[in-house]
Every structure is written in C-alpha cells, then in structure tokens.
Design a protein around this ligand. Structure first.
Ligand code: G6P
Length: 463
C-alpha cells in the first residue's frame, strides 16, 4: 500500500478542526506509514526551509514556521477575509487587499518546497481545505507527478461569488492540478460543475485567461462524518456524566436547547438568538420551562468581521436577558469558551433540542455528534439548517431556513413538544445516517478513489 501524506494548515494537537481530522486519520496514517504536514503554529523572523518532524499523539507530523507577515496575508488575509466569506456567500463581509494573494501563494510555495524532500515516488498526497488550493500546482511545478487529492471542508461557492474572488481563474487552474477533488455535499459538486461548464469569460486586466482544463480531475462528494460509536460511548463516560449531573442540578425541570459553534458569522448565531426570542415571546407557557445554552468559542478574533459578530451577539443576548429574565430565572446561558469533547458529549446527551442553524456550512459535525450522543430510549430532536451539508444526510431532522426566524422558532416549539415515539423514530434514522457516513468510511472511500490500486497509478479522468 502506498504511503499517505496529509497536508493541512493546522496539524494535530492544534485547533478544533485538525483535532477531529486527526482522530479520523490517525489509524489510516499508521496503516500507511504516513505523516501529516502543516504549519507549526510558530511565527518567526526567518523560517528554516527544513521541516521539523515530531510524534504527536501517535502521528508523525512535519511542521514549518512562517513569518508573521506571510502568515497574516495567507491566513487572516486571503484565506479568511476573502476565500472564507466568499465561499460562504458573504461577499458583504469580504475584504479584498490585492497583496494578500502574493502572501497566500508564497506560503503555499514554501509548503511545497519544505515537503519536496520527504515525498517518495509512490506516495499519495491528500491536501485539505481552502488554505492550500495552490499546493498541487506548486508541487507539480517542482516535478511531483504523484497522485494528489484535495478535500474542501467548506462549501463551494456559486459562480457569481467565485467571480468576485480575485485570481479566481488561477485558483481554479490550481484545482485542476489535483487528481481528485472531494466536496462535502452534492450541492458543492453541482456548483463546481457549473463553473467548469461556464468558466469566467475575461479578467479585469491583461488578456483573458484561457479556460481551465479539468480533464485530469475527478470531482465528487464525500460527505465527512463523526465517529458515532466513539461519541455514543463518550456520552455515557464518567466525565460526560459529571457534566450531565451538574447541568441537571442547574436546570431542574427545564428542557435544554443547545447550540455549539465556533463564534463565526457563518453559524447564524444572531438569527438563532432572534428565533429563540420569538419562541419565548409567542409561547409564554414555555418561559421557565426551557433554557438555551449557547457555547461559542471565539475564533479568528483578529479579524474585524469576527469581532463585530461577537459584539452583535453580546448585545442580542443582553437584550434577550433584559426582556425575559426574572430575578430567579434566566432564559439563556452564553459561554464564549471551548469545552472538551467529554463535556460536550454530556451536554449533547442532555439537550432536548440540538440547535444547528448555520447560514451556510460545509458539513457541520456538531449535528453528527449531537445525534450520536443521544439516549436511544429518550432521544432529543435535531433542528438543522437546510444550508448545512449535513441536511443532505439528516433528512429526518427538523430542517429549517435559518434566515426565517419565525420558521426556526416554530421548529423549536415542535421539537420541544415532540412525542417520544416520533423522537425515537426520527432519531433511529438519523443515527443510521451518522453510521453510514462515519469518518472512517469517509477516509476510506476518498482514499480508495484517489489511489484505487493502492499505488501511484495513472489518473482516471471521470468527471
Ligand atoms: C473550519 C475549516 C478548517 C479550520 C476550522 C477552524 O472547520 O474548514 O479548515 O481549521 O474551521 O478554523 P481556524 O481558522 O481556527 O483553523
């Protein structure tokens, strides 16, 4: 079996996304004697051109340092102020500074240079997410002909939003240097195909770019998932149970509605608070009977748009409290802090409603984890945005349009009143979906498509 190299901005042990992925890929990397490659988390004046390798939680990890300026242009700049908002259809929140693109490319070239000496002829390379779109181009430029796959963890934008991204044609050409592009959902594959079929007619300056040739590239949906068995076990572990007991004491008879999200404008948190406010306004009988816990660890907080989202939410939660709290009752607890997985699993299990209402989301693993953590005899209800990739998997959730806060408020009311038979029936199907789309199957199906023979074979142009 050929060796596997995984590349992503964050490496295991650094940050939430890499944490989940690390769990998923640890086994595969060990089986394939592979390693992970990414940013060290360090900013230095003069980065060493050589990567440093170490063992992190049983995974071999190669890391490079970046300069402060390059990192800013690549991460806070091009990746998270241009690509992230555009791919999430929030062009109003994009900030475009031309020089960020050079930093983005420089960092990708630096990754390619540092990775080069560690690539053997049969290695299969799997690149993750929007920070790394140009990596295959850079590696091909250095003479690497190995199978290289790309997986996009976030949604693929509509054609118009893509055209709003500076250098979108180069980025699409970069994508065409991969052998396999994996997307979260069918809607993303459709959006990509629409671009590939139409292609940008011109550029603002210079001569129009030739259209991009995708004939070597296969594109397909590989929806990511969780490890449902592990989460089910975690939800009844002593650490989770401790959290459950603590919360039961605090809640008394109140039903818990739970949201867990990075503090990101794509997560629809202000809309969620508004929907909850409407629920309380329209259903006086629910006051004192229900409690919203929103866990929202701060994210990318050097970026203005994230600070503004945080301020908006502070104001909205304050307004909600002022309107409905009583000296002896509070409608909401808002925690801007991250919790470990055992505590979260306990909270998921206790929550009568899992409220997952992003405005747009690649997949949303909170939905998977919520489902997996439920008590099969007394499961809670998942209220899920139809704009999360997870909506293609979890059709038995109460699907809502998160922009329509009346609809979300009504779904919350239905969820809180749902009879146990219906809750069980829905949950069984949701759990079957979580099993069918486990993270192990995801990695296996992607990798068997990227390297079908288990070797560095010829690409199969199938799109
Ligand atoms: C999303 C992205 C990941 C990213 C994560 C956390 O899930 O798809 O690539 O790592 O957010 O964001 P951060 O900017 O902290 O890495």
């Amino acid at each position: 079996m050929s060796r596997l190299i995984v590349v992503s901005n964050r490496t295991p042990g650094k940050g939430p996304a890499a944490g989940g992925l690390a769990v998923a890929l640890r086994k595969t990397l060990a089986e394939r004697d592979g390693f992970w490659f990414g940013w060290s988390g360090r900013l230095v004046d003069r980065p060493d051109s050589e990567a440093v390798f170490e063992d992190i939680e049983g995974i071999k990890v190669g890391k490079i340092d970046l300069t402060r300026d390059d990192h800013h242009a690549y991460y806070a700049g091009f990746s998270n102020s241009i690509l992230w908002p555009s791919f999430h259809l929030r062009l109003d929140l994009a900030t475009i500074e031309g020089h960020w693109y050079e930093g983005y490319r420089r960092v990708n070239a630096q990754f390619a240079q540092a990775l080069l000496p560690h690539i053997a002829p049969d290695d299969v390379i799997w690149v993750h997410d929007y920070h790394m779109i140009p990596l295959a181009s850079e590696l091909r430029h250095l003479g690497i002909n190995n199978r290289i796959g790309f997986y996009l963890h976030i949604p693929f934008p509509t054609v118009d939003a893509l055209y709003a991204i500076p250098h979108h044609n180069e980025l699409m050409r970069d994508l065409s240097r991969y052998d396999l592009i994996g997307m979260q959902a069918n809607r993303d594959v459709s959006a990509f195909t629409e671009f590939a079929d139409h292609q940008s007619p011109s550029t603002l300056s210079g001569s129009p770019l030739k259209s991009v040739d995708f004939s070597r590239t296969e594109v397909a949906a590989f929806p990511i998932g969780s490890d449902p068995e592990a989460f089910a076990r975690l939800a009844v572990s002593p650490a989770a149970t401790k959290m459950v007991r603590r919360m039961e004491r605090a809640l008394g008879d109140q039903a818990l509605v739970l949201g867990v999200d990075r503090l990101d404008y794509s997560k629809g948190l202000p809309q969620r608070v508004e929907a909850y406010e409407k629920l309380l306004a329209n259903n006086a009988s629910l006051r004192r009977q229900v409690h919203l816990l929103q866990v929202a660890p701060p994210s990318r907080d050097t970026i203005k748009e994230y600070q503004e989202t945080s301020d908006t939410l502070d104001a909205m939660v304050g307004r909600l409290m002022g309107r409905f709290a009583e000296p002896d009752w509070q409608p909401v607890t808002y925690v801007k802090r991250a919790y470990g997985q055992p505590s979260l699993a306990g909270l998921y299990r206790l929550a009568r409603v899992g409220l997952v209402t992003p405005l747009r989301d690649g997949m949303n693993l909170v939905a998977h984890e919520y489902v997996a953590s439920q008590d099969p005899h007394d499961p809670g209800v998942l209220v899920l945005s139809r704009f999360a990739g997870a909506a293609e998997i979890f059709e038995d959730a109460l699907l809502v349009n998160p922009f329509d806060t009346d609809e979300t408020a009504e779904a919350l009311r239905l969820a809180l009143n749902m009879p146990i038979e219906e809750r069980r029936h829905r949950w069984e199907r949701l759990m079957a979906g979580a099993h069918d789309h486990s993270v192990d199957r995801w990695a296996e199906s992607y990798l068997s498509r990227l390297a079908p023979t288990g070797q560095n074979g010829q690409p199969a142009p199938v799109r």
